[in-house]
Design a protein around this ligand. Structure first.
Ligand code: KIV
Ligand code: ZN
Length: 386
């Protein structure tokens, strides 16, 4: 893989499913995994095999069925978790064990380990994972609130023990873009052996900065982005896959990194994940929201009818939509109304358009959106049919 290629690691089925209420059935997970694989996701984190029999079964079956993607499972820093994870992912042609431990002071206090005891645990568990699987990812959970010296120390231990990907989680969405870029850059410059592994970024969206932080981390040298469809995930969610992928595509002039994602499949998988998780996509969500390619105001609609680039920086077709939509509402102007009338098969002269436009505005003041049937009715009222 070249230096300008960013690995897309999707964790919809693991971190995404950890959203309270987003649980998916076994068959739904298989379906989403198949869609992710087909869309060009490099690595699918399919679940947390020790969490339940159901998770184990889903990860095992996804591993057996995967065609192109590497299948990864999550494991805490203990042998039982790691063994269970391996039992599930070993069926995949390309597999990965992802093991983690919370390294910040707050997280170290929970198992009540000293810094030295935790360092030993990291060495033991990563070595154990590496003896089972030749592709191991290690994460210092809450990395962005971990002391700098200790973070460097434990990353070096994990690399020496055989981890080939070091993930830097911003577990509580605490970092900011400048800091995110700087952290990865400094880690790569400082930690011995860092140039031989891939650094990953895993951001949460508590302050709404997950996408920006992920892209900044790539600018700092990370070459794997961890993300989920629709940004599904704990609390305010994870980095949204569709956002980082489209940002890299649309602004490749200033962010010269590519992914292997077939972006035309984004809308379809977004809708499917929304349905199976029961988490609807907000209307104004970037890339996949209902309004992401919709324009209501007169000035915008007029501009769009003349040249789509006036108000769109990407083509709706590139994310799998049929096209732009110009919903009619009280902010719409004559140009959009005429366009709609033509689409509906009405050819009207300027005077007739003027009359219909007056009636349209009266109606639009009463209704949030004016639909095709309303327009047909407005024309007929004018023709004296009603
Ligand atoms: O947010 C987080 O720290 C995680 C880890 C398990 C990687 O999801
Ligand atoms: Zn997470």
């Amino acid at each position: 893989m070249t230096q300008d290629r960013v690995v897309i690691f999707d964790t919809t089925l693991r971190d995404g499913e950890q959203s309270p209420g987003a649980t998916m059935t076994h068959d739904e997970k298989l379906e989403i995994a198949e869609m992710l694989d087909d869309m060009g996701v490099d690595i699918i984190e399919a679940g947390f095999p020790i969490a339940s029999e159901g998770d184990f079964a889903a990860v095992s079956e996804i591993a057996q069925r995967s065609k192109n993607s590497r299948i990864c499972g999550l494991a805490r820093a203990n042998f039982a978790d790691i063994d269970r994870c391996w039992e599930a992912v070993k069926h995949a042609e390309q597999n990965r064990i992802h093991t983690f431990i919370g390294t910040s002071p707050l997280h170290r206090a929970i198992p009540n380990l000293t810094m030295d005891e935790m360092a030993d645990k990291i060495h033991e568990t990563v070595t154990h994972a590496r003896n089972l699987c030749d592709n191991v990812q290690w994460s210092p959970m809450d990395a962005t609130r971990t002391e700098w010296d200790y973070l460097c120390r434990v990353i070096e231990i994990a690399i020496k023990a055989g981890a080939s990907t070091i993930n830097i989680p911003d577990t509580v969405g605490y970092t900011a873009p400048m800091e995110s870029a700087d952290l990865i850059k400094k880690l790569i410059e400082t930690v011995p052996g860092a140039d031989e592994v891939i650094f990953a970024t895993h951001c949460h969206n508590d302050l709404g900065m997950a996408t920006a932080n992920s892209l900044a981390a790539v600018a700092g040298g990370a070459r794997q982005i961890e993300c989920t469809i629709n940004g599904l995930g704990e609390r305010a969610g994870n980095t949204a896959l569709e956002e980082v992928v489209m940002a890299l595509k649309v602004r490749n002039d200033i962010m010269p990194w590519t992914t292997g994602i077939d972006t035309k499949k984004l809308m379809n998988i977004s809708r499917r994940v929304a349905t199976v998780s029961g988490f609807p996509v907000q209307f104004n969500k970037a890339i996949v929201g209902k309004n992401a390619f919709a324009h209501e105001s007169g000035i915008h609609q007029d501009g769009m009818l003349k040249n789509k680039e006036t108000f769109e920086i990407m083509r709706p077709e590139d994310v799998g939509l049929a096209g732009t939509s110009l919903p009619l509402g009280k902010h719409s102007g004559r140009a959009a109304l005429r366009d709609k009338l033509e689409q509906l098969g009405f050819e009207v002269g300027d005077n007739q358009l003027k009359d219909i436009f007056v009636r349209f505005k009266e109606l639009a003041d009463r209704k949030k959106e004016v639909f095709d049937d309303d327009i047909v009715a407005l024309v007929r009222v004018g023709d004296g049919e009603d």
